[in-house]
Design a binder for this molecule. Structure first.
Ligand SMILES: [Zn+2]
Length: 130
């Protein structure tokens, strides 16, 4: 397993399957469980695919090791790095949370999951050796 993939999996597990920035539940391999659980469309679920987010960007020398990787949904990851001067991770959490509070982040509401079913989204075994 490549180190970036391993770091992403570990971060996904550590964060309880939730995005570092928006806190939405993400999917790792297949979106269908998230679609079933929350009733998202495939298009909505695509935004919530788990990606490896480099806290220090690669272009600034950030590595793929676990200390530099958090799990973020596709939407948040792309939005941070689309900016010409990407904000720090701490600042971007504030930006995303402020916009979520005004319903201006994801183009859909977070839907309530059926209780107790989220565990199925999480990987059972995580190789934490780095
Ligand atoms: Zn997110």
């Amino acid at each position: 397993m490549k180190i970036l993939h391993r770091s992403r999996l570990a971060a996904f597990h550590l964060q309880g399957g939730r995005c570092f920035y928006c806190g939405f539940e993400m999917w790792m391999h297949l979106p269908h469980e998230l679609i079933q659980l929350f009733g998202y469309t495939r298009r909505q679920a695509r935004q919530l695919q788990c990606t490896a987010e480099h806290l220090v960007p690669r272009c600034e020398g950030g590595g793929d090791n676990q200390s530099n990787i958090v799990a973020a949904c596709r939407r948040c990851n792309q939005a941070r790095h689309k900016r010409s001067d990407p904000p720090s991770p701490e600042r971007f959490v504030q930006i995303v949370q402020a916009r979520l509070a005004r319903d201006r982040w994801h183009a859909f509401q977070r839907l309530p999951a059926k209780a107790g079913q989220l565990m199925h989204l999480r990987p059972q075994v995580v190789n934490r050796q780095t």
